[in-house]
Design a protein around this ligand. Structure first.
Ligand code: GYE
Length: 311
């Protein structure tokens, strides 16, 4: 039938594609999940995915992208570690007529240098986290410590801003200390230890805001080792919604997280398919959802449902 014929030609089309993917690294559980989901999405669509792990270095990403251009891939996915410094390599991809799609982080570059960016609204994520804290704290005085993501990355810049916007006008809530934990558990724990030391053994800290769950999990460990109760003595709010933070929430050791889907590749491949089929230009920004989860949202159940997703 004509329907079967259409489906077959569609499948054959996708099967012909070779796509390069420059991934940042594996700094967080969320990142690992994104890698897994991207590989699954490529496989389901018959796309040959060339994967390059940049180990957190932009120079490795630029090298990988140049390699993909030299190979003549059909498209390139980049999860850009930092926001600046992309213009030259993106112009090279454009000259080679290879569409580039950004995944999960935004960049500071002219919009015509990439096809689209699939990301969450990171300012909004920070705002949701901050608004949760404002509500939770009420009129009490609250000294917050902040664990920032990778310096110069769009989620670190934007999640900081959104949180600050949410607490502005609430003079009882102040950010006492703010430092990067590079989105990792190890650094999140280390930096939290130094915050605790500097703030009366942690007794002066009311809440920790971490730009991702992995740093929050590290901070929880540091709080416990200091003899305090995470989730009670020090409130814990973060972003990503990885399985481990639901486990911590179910044990009362974390308070709230904002969900970030690891499936950025699905919408990216959909946009790419349409663009390659008939030149359809996607929106410059394909925005994913951001939903707040607290201890009231059945964290044990969410943990069970998420834990097998490759996180
Ligand atoms: O939240 C964090 C990761 O770029 C938005 O990167 C992403 C962030 C994510 O390492 O866990």
């Amino acid at each position: 039938s004509s329907v079967a014929c259409l489906m077959l030609s569609g499948a054959a089309f996708a099967a012909d594609l070779t796509v390069g993917f420059s991934q940042i690294g594996s700094e967080s559980g969320w990142r690992a999940a994104e890698t897994t989901v991207t590989q699954q999405q490529a496989k389901e669509r018959g796309i040959d995915l060339k994967f390059a792990d940049a180990q957190q270095k932009q120079e490795n990403q630029i090298k990988a992208v140049r390699g993909f251009i030299a190979q003549g891939v059909d498209a390139i996915l980049i999860a850009p570690v930092v926001a600046t410094g992309w213009d030259d390599v993106l112009a090279e991809a454009k000259d080679a007529e290879i569409p580039v799609i950004l995944l999960d982080r935004q960049i500071d570059a002219p919009e015509d240098l990439y096809l689209t960016a699939v990301t969450s609204d990171q300012v909004y994520e920070g705002k949701v986290a901050g608004e949760w804290l404002v509500k939770d704290v009420g009129d009490k005085a609250c000294k917050v410590v902040e664990l920032q993501g990778t310096t110069g990355s769009s989620p670190a810049i934007n999640r900081k801003k959104g949180f600050e916007d949410a607490i502005a006008g609430h003079a009882n809530i102040t950010i006492a200390r703010s430092q990067t934990g590079d989105f990792t558990r190890t650094k999140g724990k280390e930096v939290m230890e130094s915050f605790i030391k500097a703030e009366n053994g942690g007794k002066d800290i009311c809440a920790v805001y971490a730009h991702n769950d992995d740093m929050a999990v590290g901070a929880i460990q540091a709080i416990k080792e200091a003899g305090l109760k995470p989730g009670t003595d020090i409130k814990v709010v973060s972003i990503d919604a990885v399985p481990d933070i639901f486990l911590a929430m179910s044990e009362g050791e974390a308070n709230a997280t904002v969900e970030l889907t690891p499936n950025m590749a699905g919408p990216a491949f959909d946009a790419l398919d349409k663009f390659l089929a008939d030149g359809t230009q996607p929106a410059k920004w394909i925005q994913t959802e951001s939903k707040l989860f607290t201890q009231a949202d059945d964290p044990k159940g969410v943990y069970e449902s998420k834990k097998d997703l490759g996180y």
